[in-house]
Design a protein around this ligand. Structure first.
Ligand code: SF4
Length: 232
């Protein structure tokens, strides 16, 4: 019922569950064979999601891909990095951020006052298949792949999300504001916070030292938020 106290609703649900379990026990049921993603730890949940995604044809990006690039890193990471989509190297190897932009991302994460190792974090993209000629993913492709990213984030339960570039940031925050206006700030994102910054591929195009300084400031901000929020 709209406006009902959620604690009362939860108490009702738990009461009904208790009554059902007692009823089963009275019928002689000694054990319940439970299964489902909601009971899995993050390692198993992510592995199950990746298996289920194989052969996905939910958007037209499936036609040009070699490999689905699901994500990589620590399944227990509370710091998650989300980029735009796989490039040629990622498509060939099946891993995110392994080309030149990936090498720059590694250096950005390891920079002074950020000091995160790649194996401490989890890295993925908004779309899991390579857009042709590295174009931006289109709205229908982002929408088709959004549930995949949502399920990944639900399994990971991050505390800090670093969003790389305008495509990832706008998709995650459901906004059309430019990255220049969104970066430099902490955005609430469920029980996490999202910090946008420039995509390393943009920084590689050498837009100027000012942009690299801003990216470093964003990563330091993300690090400070991580130190405040991390539980592990
Ligand atoms: S981009 Fe996502 S939705 Fe589209 S085919 Fe690949 S995995 Fe499926």
């Amino acid at each position: 019922m709209p406006g009902a106290d959620p604690r009362e609703a939860l108490a009702d649900v738990l009461g009904a569950l208790g009554a059902t379990l007692r009823h089963h026990r009275d019928l002689g049921v000694a054990a319940l064979p439970l299964s489902g993603d909601y009971l899995l730890g993050p390692e198993e949940a992510l592995a199950a999601q990746e298996r289920a995604l194989q052969g996905c044809r939910k958007c037209k990006l499936c036609d040009g891909r070699t490999t689905i690039v699901f994500g990589s890193g620590n399944p227990r990471a509370e710091f998650v990095v989300i980029g735009e989509g796989p490039g040629a190297d990622e498509d060939a190897q099946g891993l995110p951020f392994v080309g030149r932009a990936g090498q720059l991302l590694t250096r950005m994460l390891e920079a002074r006052k950020v000091e995160l190792r790649r194996d401490e974090v989890y890295i993925s993209n908004t779309v899991k298949c390579r857009p042709p000629a590295n174009r931006n993913p289109e709205p229908d492709e982002l929408a088709a792949c959004a549930p995949v990213l949502a399920a990944q984030l639900a399994a990971l339960q991050p505390k800090v999300i670093l969003a790389l570039g305008s495509v990832a940031t706008q998709a995650l925050l459901h906004t059309r504001e430019p990255i220049g206006k969104l970066r430099g700030r902490v955005h609430p994102y469920g029980s996490a916070v999202l910090i946008p910054t420039f995509h390393p591929a943009f920084l590689l195009r050498n837009p100027g030292e000012e942009y690299k300084r801003m990216a470093w400031e964003d990563l330091q901000l993300a690090r400070r938020e991580y130190d405040k929020r991390r539980t592990r």
